[in-house]
Design a protein. Sequence first.
Length: 203
Amino acid sequence: MIPVRAATVMATAVLLAAGCGGPGQGEAANGTTSASATATMTSAPTAAPSASATPEPTASQETASNGSVPAALEFSARTLDGETFQGASLAGKPVVFWFWAPWCPKCMSEAPHVKAAAAQYGDVAFVGVAGLDTEAAMKEFVQRTKTENFPHLSDEKGAVWTKLGVSQQSTFVFMKPDGTTAKASGPLGKEQLDELVRALRDG
């Protein structure tokens, strides 16, 4: 039997072996795969098709036992500022989750657009979910991109990525107040992101 520490190291190595512009991951959620996914975590990276600006709809999220918090929001995480973040605090709001990695060129290129959208759409909650690297690298990325205007979660173990069915960076998950979600793989330009955020608000 593989010791827990060894298994953790092996799992981390697999995650770091996939990605954008270098090591990256593929995307799969609820049994579907985005058309712009580059590879899955269990297969070798492949050439990346052009990213789609159309989010991939997923089935309605299962509601928690209390009937008001979607199951996808039943998580607790820590922000890069060291604060405890409860996913349930987002219940009933339109939310944009941005899954990124510090070394990802796609994530770097779209950071200014995410920052601008978060500032423009005050009625939408934006949450960055960083993974696939150390917390120090995550903090450096936020400082370099000046995206401190919305919270970023330190998800080194990939718990939130798994909770929302994400395995590729960059990925956006657009969650409506009722808990239903749609995904879009980046990079997304400013116009593409604005269009998707407006659709989320109007939906």
